[in-house]
Design a protein around this ligand. Structure first.
Ligand SMILES: *Cc1c(COP(=O)(O)O)cnc(C)c1O
Length: 374
């Protein structure tokens, strides 16, 4: 895999014609994102139909791919998992009757633009609507990808005031967009303001930077973050091909800065709806010190029906992991039901009850019983 990705990186790097040092500069990566069909077709081999489809799709939804993430695509595989996550598909324009822009009803639970207060003791702070690479399966595409998007302009000072005046909030999740697309000093302003609020116990950052722009994780960023512990990071790997020398290094640097790392994957048809792929992913994540946290059922967001799998698929994957590999590698499978928050869905291991006795099955399907205290 490593030689494969190095080979295609060379092809993409040849196109950009830069040396390793420039390539590894995250600002250069951001400036050189592929956002237009004209640029994409010079780098990737595209079929005529595909070009037409992308052009149609780009009228409604934006595209952005870092040179690094683009370099992970295997040109010879039309169904490459990186390609499917980053190159627009005509299916994104198909809307199902049950799909909406904002199925999680985040806007309903927003006391202020950019702040979502859905759970009793924690809030989600959406500090930007930009990302290094725009994921084709984005749940918040109403903010990140729509060509005609509604404004969600956050007034950070108002958000800090809200959090400071709600003493029940002990956990703030900084997300977006991708907060790590911001310069270090902006991130520090946000985090230090939150740290000044005495009832805030933990600060979490939701970011896909380790996956799509690992060069962003610099020694300077790590030493800034470590001043504000306890900081936790959740990232978003979906496929083992995303575990590269670069993304491994980024995760290891963050872990070395004392930041516990979790991973939130989205179950996506044709990308990771497969036991062997998921097993390789979760085991690979533990090797780079990232703990699989959630596996999400794909939300009912407009234009994602081609990515959605039946709920049973997620249960099957969890069942195939639990007991068969390290418990640390097994995420919680959740459905973010409209307006309801995350609902965990797991395989059923209690198969019956007989008075005080609970009948259980183990991971191998063997039946046993546990007697409840009377
Ligand atoms: C996912 C989410 C959280 C965090 O949930 P945890 O289960 O604590 O990780 C908080 N607020 C909102 C609105 C969320 O969607």
């Amino acid at each position: 895999m490593e030689t494969e990705s190095t080979k295609s990186e060379f092809r993409v790097r040849d196109f950009f014609d830069v040396d390793k040092e420039v390539w590894n500069d995250w600002r250069w990566q951001l400036r050189n994102r592929t956002t237009r069909l004209e640029d994409l077709e010079r780098i990737l081999d595209l079929a005529e139909q595909e070009k037409e489809d992308i052009e149609k799709s780009l009228k409604y939804l934006k595209m952005a791919i870092t040179p690094y993430y683009l370099s992970l695509i295997d040109q010879s595989n039309y169904n490459d998992p990186i390609r499917l996550q980053s190159i627009p598909s005509i299916h994104e324009l198909e809307h199902m009757p049950y799909e909406t822009e904002d199925p999680l009803k985040e806007d309903v639970y927003s006391p202020l633009p950019g702040l979502v207060h859905r759970y009793p003791d924690r809030v989600l702070l959406l500090v930007t609507d930009s990302c290094p690479t725009l994921c084709r399966h984005c749940t918040r595409r109403r903010l990140t990808e729509k060509v005609k998007k509604s404004s969600n302009h956050i007034e950070l000072n108002k958000a800090f005031e809200y959090i400071a005046s709600h003493r029940e909030i002990r956990d703030v999740i900084i997300s977006g967009g991708d907060p790590l697309i911001l310069p270090d000093r902006m991130i520090e302003v946000i985090i230090s303001n939150l740290r000044n609020i005495s009832h805030i116990e933990i600060i979490r950052i939701g970011t896909r930077v380790p996956v799509t722009l690992p060069q962003r994780v610099t020694p300077e960023l790590c030493s800034m973050l470590r001043k504000y512990h306890p900081i936790w990071i959740n990232t978003h790997f979906n496929h083992p091909n995303e575990i590269t020398p670069e993304s491994s290094r980024a995760c290891e640097m963050l872990a070395d800065a004392g930041i516990p790392l979790g991973n939130q994957s989205v179950l996506l048809k044709g990308i990771n709806d497969d036991v062997a792929v998921m097993k390789k992913l979760v085991q690979g994540l533990l090797k780079i010190r990232v703990r699989p946290y959630y596996l999400y059922q794909c939300d009912m967001v407009e234009g994602l029906s081609h990515f959605r799998t039946p709920v049973e698929k997620g249960i099957e994957i969890i069942e195939a992991l639990q007991g068969f590999t390290s418990g640390l590698a097994v995420p919680t499978f959740v459905i973010d039901a409209p307006g309801m928050g995350k609902i965990p869905v797991s395989p059923q291991y209690i198969i019956g009850r007989n008075g005080d006795q609970i009948l259980l099955r183990n991971f191998e399907g063997k039946i046993s019983s546990y007697t409840d205290p009377s």
